[in-house]
Design a protein. Structure first.
Length: 397
């Protein structure tokens, strides 16, 4: 009776994990156009309106020449509009314009021009934009409007690009089949070849579904896998796994808390069904742009059926995420589960997954990985290691 109650409580814990908090819908960050443009930086440097500099650039005058006019205006104390008018009357001759205002040529030399532009560029957002044909252009943002973006390129100078010629952003993730369910989650369905060495050796078909989501408050991960194979008309492998985990993140802190649940079915293990629940604390040890390492520790409870065995365990271990290239990612983990009931036994669960993005439309990827579970105490004739490995083709949806 007590054993049944404990099993029911464990199932309830798993259900609460799945549904008590609700699935996240990460908010879409709105684009903020708060970065200073090159026009704004030059205008601020010389104390003139942005519109005055913009008008000169749009009239076809180069950035270097506009900067010379700004320098002549500053040195002579004359209004920029008046200096620009003299410049046009002199046939766009900066030396003639400066001579009429008694400005020495050293005041608007190329060295002074370069210094002024460099100072402005140091305050300016540098942006890389992708055109609809796939080409990319990088430069300092000169101007940004609702119709166009103007960049200053180191080689080609001023480049004006209508927004309609830019690569359009991907539409927001609408959820599973447009229903809103799993909105904002990255979802991948995989189908491929899998093998297993341990208590049995097989070559089989594997189907898997992975989904994850993260925002500033929480991180979710969902995994489901089914593996089935036959040999000589006999079923040689038949197992399934469903797991869901959530991390509660704290702003400006490396610490987090977590809860995870996992259900396993395996026709060929000493147990047929296994339900596991974990909770505890974690710490983000390293968080670089392409590499992350964190650790977890906390209590875990396991109920196995067929043998009807209940265990209380303590888990501890690291996990990492490494973006090898923009298209390749490795995820790995190794957790030790030390048993209190019965005392002294332990499990070691290791995972390694590699994903290589092959194409963007459709979003195809090549996936490979392995999972090994070592048990310190097993029945006679049963191997302590149970290794599963797979390769598959995945598609995001």
């Amino acid at each position: 009776m007590f054993q049944t109650q404990r099993s029911a409580l464990l199932v309830l814990l798993f259900i609460v994990l799945l549904g008590s908090v609700g699935l996240p819908r990460p908010s879409q960050a709105e684009l903020a156009d708060s970065a200073m443009t090159l026009v704004g930086a030059l205008s601020e440097q010389f104390g003139v309106p942005d519109s005055a500099v913009t008008d000169l650039l749009e009239s076809g005058i180069s950035l270097d020449s506009v900067t010379q006019l700004l320098l002549v205006s500053e040195i002579s104390g004359s209004d920029l509009d008046a200096v620009s008018e003299l410049y046009r009357e002199s046939g766009n001759d900066i030396d003639d314009t400066a001579e009429k205002l008694d400005v020495d040529p050293t005041g608007y030399s190329q060295e002074r021009v370069a210094a002024a532009i460099n100072e402005a560029e140091s305050q300016v957002q540098t942006e890389t934009v992708e055109l609809s044909n796939g080409d990319k252009v990088t430069g300092a943002v000169v101007e940004r409007t609702d119709e166009k973006i103007v960049l200053f390129h180191d080689v080609f100078g001023r480049i004006e690009i209508p927004l309609v010629q830019l690569m359009q952003p991907e539409p927001p993730n609408p959820g599973l089949f447009g229903t809103g369910f799993l909105e904002g989650w990255t979802r991948t369905f995989s189908l491929g070849l899998s093998g297993q060495e341990g208590n049995s050796k097989t070559l089989d078909i594997i189907a898997a579904l992975d989904a994850d989501a993260e925002n500033e408050k929480r991180r979710w991960a969902f995994d489901a896998r089914y593996n089935y194979s036959t040999a000589d008309s006999d079923t040689t492998n038949n197992n399934a796994m469903v797991a869901l985990g959530r991390d509660w993140l704290f702003s400006e802190s490396r610490w987090f808390t977590f809860a995870r649940g996992r259900f396993d079915y395996d026709e060929f293990r000493t147990w047929e069904f296994r339900l596991q629940g974990d909770t505890g604390v974690g710490y983000q040890i390293i968080q670089w742009e392409t590499f992350g390492l964190r650790g977890r520790t906390g209590p875990s409870v396991v109920q196995e059926w067929s043998e009807s065995q209940f265990r209380a365990e303590w888990l501890a271990g690291p996990e990492l995420v490494w973006n090898l290239t923009p298209n390749q990612k490795i995820e790995a983990s190794n957790f030790i589960y030390y048993s209190f009931t019965p005392w002294g036994e332990f499990r070691n669960v290791s995972n390694l997954d590699w994903k290589w993005n092959l194409a963007q439309k459709p979003a195809l990827s090549l996936k490979a990985g392995l999972e090994n579970e070592y048990q310190s105490d097993v029945a006679s004739g049963v191997k302590k290691n149970d290794l599963k490995y797979y390769t598959s083709i995945g598609i995001d949806f």
